[in-house]
Design a protein around this ligand. Structure first.
Ligand code: SF4
Length: 236
């Protein structure tokens, strides 16, 4: 047995003996140490409305791509009334590069009509009010609650669901089930950071479809990473 295999086996035994609560604590400590505890939002915005629109646009699209379009968009439409009165074809033309542009444009106009009619043009903070807006699901609502109002909330996007399962913290697949499961297991003071940290990890190390377990600082606490190392399958 070579040294690397020996060390990995020791770590595997160690991890097996930790209960899930201890393991989650270690994972959170490692994430904090690696990425810090500042709230980072990858969608560029200057206010709640801009973040709401940018998040609607980010469906099936990268944040970086959304950021290439929003400066033009926000220069033309400055408030909820502007978006509510937008010409559908003109709006579609601007957001065309982001995909699903027709559905997104319809949702943005519908959402801003309701914001203007019912909420005085302001973006509300409660999950019920936010999810009552056209095109706004729990993910978008939680982005607003966390980033704008700093209300504890867990945004479950593709990285959060995938990596939380790899870390053995949830077995759920449906985003709402994952969110509720994580709320039971992640300390409330880390709900917002959980999304920020896992997105950062998912973009750099725990990539789909080939996570780089060999260089991951969470490997010691991650059953997927431990198994990959045991089987010599990790990717550097
Ligand atoms: S050890 Fe591998 S599977 Fe686990 S979090 Fe790190 S990169 Fe992802």
């Amino acid at each position: 047995m070579n040294y690397k295999t020996f060390v990995n086996q020791i770590k595997l035994e160690y991890t097996k003996n930790m209960n899930q609560k201890e393991r989650i604590k270690k994972i959170i400590e490692a994430l904090d140490a690696q990425y810090g505890t500042d709230f980072i939002c990858y969608l560029e915005h200057k206010n709640a409305l801009e973040l709401l629109i940018a998040t609607i646009l980010s469906a099936q699209c990268t944040d970086a791509r959304v950021n290439t379009v929003t400066p033009t968009l926000f220069a033309k439409y400055k408030n909820a009334k502007d978006f509510a009165n937008a010409d559908l074809a003109e709006l579609e033309d601007i957001i065309h590069p982001l995909g699903f542009y027709h559905a997104k444009a319809v949702n943005i106009i519908g959402c801003c009509k309701k914001l203007d009619d019912k909420f005085g043009g302001e973006v509300p903070s409660s999950i019920e009010d936010l999810t009552s807006l056209p095109g706004v699901g729990r993910k978008t609502a939680n982005v607003i609650r966390g980033n704008i109002y700093h209300e504890p909330s867990i945004v479950v996007d593709t990285h959060v669901g995938r990596i939380s399962r790899k870390l053995g913290i949830t077995k759920k697949e449906d985003p709402k089930d994952v969110e509720f499961d994580l709320m039971k297991k992640i300390p409330k003071d880390h709900w917002i950071l959980w999304n920020i940290h896992l997105i950062t990890l998912g973009r750099s190390i725990c990539k789909a479809p080939k996570p780089k377990c060999g260089e991951c600082f969470l490997r010691e606490y991650c059953p997927t990473g431990q198994n990959a190392c045991k089987n010599g399958e990790y990717h550097i």
